[in-house]
Design a protein around this ligand. Structure first.
Ligand code: SIN
Length: 294
């Protein structure tokens, strides 16, 4: 079958040379490995500026051979803002530190967190702006990669008619969908968070338009009939999952750290390594503002 989208998106080539480090790109449009930066040390002023620029430009940054402690991981997260506490922490489904989300899959796991296309915690009124995952144990036989989707490119590749139609719409993002529906974890008193966000948002730093729905959390689109909402979301989820040119893939090794921008990406943790184990910890960072529409 031919590709659904023949259209090419005009994008300015991005820098691989920042003054304090170099990058090696994973794809031309998104994802880069950062060379020459040691996350065990506090960032100096130039490194901080370069990191912010590289993060805005590349959306997903991978740091290799970073044998950092939990405190150093959290300190790196605080470069971007205050740390987020995961809603599942309130039901005791996670570890002791509310700012650390253990990401552990063993042969006894009923599921692996994030094994489906999603953006982190979009059920929150102000979802976390970024997440930083540190993987310490990878399956011996390979696998356990994380796929990322560039949601600015996903938006660009839609037709002008579809972009116009989506622009004024609002979607509901419901924490019960993954946490209760998929993971079967009873909600805290008052239930899991549920929030409304525009279907098309504007990235606060790059100014790019972003397709902001995800199959993990988005339950429906307001103002449409249930059938219309289901049909539209199914088409958009299919566009995200089956357009490989919007994806990049991170292969983990012990002590790899990956930082991603939740405001313009989605990800999917691939559970292809059963019965082997994969272990790590994730830190997410609070945003200042809710996603804004066009
Ligand atoms: C997640 O944050 O959704 C988990 C990602 C992963 O385990 O690769």
């Amino acid at each position: 079958m031919l590709a659904e989208t023949a259209k090419h998106s005009e994008r300015t080539p991005k820098s691989l040379d920042y003054s304090s480090f170099r990058l090696r790109s994973l794809t031309p449009h998104m994802g880069a490995e950062v060379l020459d930066l040691d996350l065990a040390n506090p960032l100096d002023a130039q490194q901080s500026r370069d990191l912010d620029d590289a993060f805005r430009d590349w959306k997903v940054l991978v740091f290799r051979d970073q044998a950092i402690s939990r405190d150093q991981h959290k300190a790196f997260g605080r470069h971007f803002g205050m740390l987020h506490s995961h809603p599942m922490h309130k039901v005791g489904a996670r570890g002791k530190d509310p700012e650390i989300l253990p990401v552990i899959t063993t042969q006894d796991s009923a599921y692996t967190a994030g094994d489906g296309w999603h953006t982190d915690v979009t059920c929150d009124p102000i979802p976390p702006m970024c997440s930083i995952l540190r993987i310490e144990e990878t399956p011996d036989g390979g696998g356990g990669d994380t796929l990322f989707a560039n949601m600015a490119l996903a938006y660009d590749l839609l037709s002008d008619a579809m972009k116009t139609f989506l622009s004024g719409l609002t979607a509901v993002h419901d924490g019960a969908l993954p946490y209760l529906g998929a993971y079967k974890i009873e909600p805290p008193p008052g239930g899991y968070p549920k929030s409304e966000h525009p279907v098309v948002t504007v990235h606060p730093e790059s100014g790019e338009r972003i397709l902001y729905i995800n199959s993990g959390f988005t339950s429906h689109i307001k103002g449409l009939t249930p059938r219309e909402s289901r049909g539209l979301l199914a088409m958009l989820f299919d566009h995200i999952a089956t357009t490989p040119r919007i994806h990049c893939r991170v292969q983990w090794a012990p002590h790899t750290v990956t930082l991603w921008d939740n405001r313009c990406t989605q990800h999917h943790a691939v559970w292809d390594y059963y019965p082997e184990c994969r272990r790590g910890e994730r830190v997410s960072v609070l945003d200042d503002v809710a996603p804004t529409g066009v």
